[in-house]
Design a protein around this ligand. Structure first.
Ligand code: SF4
Length: 80
C-alpha cells in the first residue's frame, strides 16, 4: 500500500506549492491542477480573501494528506 507521500508525488510535479497545501481550496476540487485558482483558508490569511493558484506558495505551507484530498473531492462530488 503506497503512503500518502507517494500518492502526492504522483499527482504533483512540484512539492510545497498551494496545490499540495492543506489550506488551498480550489474552485473545482475534482479537476484541480497547478493552474487552478482557489481560496487560501489558512487561519491567519483567510481574512485577506486571497485567490491563489496551485503553483503559488508561501511560508504557511502545510502539506495536505491523501485523506484530506479524498474528503474534499467526495464533498465536491456530493454537490455535483
Ligand atoms: S498561500 Fe500559503 S497557506 Fe495558502 S494555500 Fe498557498 S501555501 Fe498554503
Amino acid at each position: 500500500m503506497p503512503s500518502d507521500q507517494q500518492n502526492l508525488n504522483k499527482i504533483t510535479w512540484q512539492s510545497e506549492n498551494c496545490l499540495s497545501c492543506k489550506w488551498f481550496y480550489p474552485a473545482d476540487p475534482l479537476n484541480a491542477d497547478i493552474l487552478s485558482n482557489g481560496k487560501c483558508l489558512e487561519p491567519s490569511l483567510k481574512k485577506f480573501e486571497l485567490i491563489v493558484t496551485g503553483r503559488d506558495w508561501c511560508n504557511k505551507f502545510a502539506e495536505i494528506t491523501q485523506t484530506q484530498i479524498d474528503r474534499m473531492q467526495e464533498k465536491a462530488m456530493e454537490k455535483s
